[in-house]
Ligand binder design. Structure first.
Ligand SMILES: CC(C)(COP(=O)(O)OP(=O)(O)OC[C@H]1O[C@@H](n2cnc3c(N)ncnc32)[C@H](O)[C@@H]1OP(=O)(O)O)[C@@H](O)C(=O)NCCC(=O)NCCS
Length: 194
């Protein structure tokens, strides 16, 4: 018995790729909005509870591109933009937190989940942060986002606190977890005996 082309295509493992982007061509912006829309519809987890109008989403992503402290990483599965994460640098005046960057708005569209895109986005953001000289990453997540919580803990993020009034969804407070991870241990030079 032969296998039809479409059956073969279904059996082919999908390939997740991640890139750091400095601009979003219209097709990628369109797919990113689609992905964000679908992820928000499926339970969100990165601020929005209900999908905003398309113009609002487009404006949001264009805004991300022009904020110097924000670095956008996008994931593609089979060439289609399916998710993103942002690495956010501290404000230049925040001397005390100059070694700490933030992970924000991490999501993958439901159709592309389970293909490694979510993990690859986080690992690439960590590499970028380390290359930029950051030593610690902070992130926070609604406690109800169980897939994300599981991924962050697998990646070695330490939960240091939980805020019971972190977010409000459908008129109810939802708690949120706060995490930190040291990505570049401090180098302590050995004392040399004279
Ligand atoms: C969290 C999220 C980004 C993961 O994306 P993904 O592409 O499915 O993740 P991956 O395929 O790379 O899987 C990563 C790991 O998460 C774990 N994971 C994925 N889905 C899971 C689930 N439903 N329950 C438990 N663990 C899960 C997998 O075991 C996997 O572990 P492994 O890499 O050791 O095999 C995705 O589920 C999502 O967009 N969630 C909604 C948005 C959100 O909660 N964002 C976080 C706060 S901003």
């Amino acid at each position: 018995m032969t296998t039809s082309g479409s059956q073969r295509a279904e059996a082919r493992p999908l390939y997740a790729a991640v890139e750091i982007v400095n601009d979003l061509p219209p097709a990628d912006l369109y797919d990113l909005c689609d992905a964000a829309d679908a992820a928000i519809d499926a339970g969100g987890g990165f601020g929005w509870v209900t999908p905003p109008a398309r113009e609002v989403l487009e404006k949001y992503w264009r805004g991300v591109m022009v904020v110097p402290e924000r670095h956008l990483l996008i994931a593609r599965v089979d060439g289609v933009v399916c998710g993103a994460v942002q690495l956010v640098e501290p404000n230049r005046n925040n001397e005390a937190q100059a070694a700490i960057a933030q992970i924000l708005a991490h999501f993958v569209a439901p159709w592309a989940r389970g293909q490694g895109a979510g993990r690859k986005l986080m690992e690439t953001a960590e590499k970028l942060a380390a290359e930029m000289g950051y030593k610690v990453l902070h992130l926070d997540v609604r406690a109800t986002q169980t897939a994300a919580v599981s991924l962050y803990e697998k990646l070695g993020y330490n939960r240091w606190g939980t805020n019971p009034t972190y977010a409000m969804v459908d008129g109810h407070f939802i708690s949120g977890h706060f995490y930190g991870k040291t990505i570049r241990p401090l180098f302590v030079p050995k004392k040399v005996q004279p």
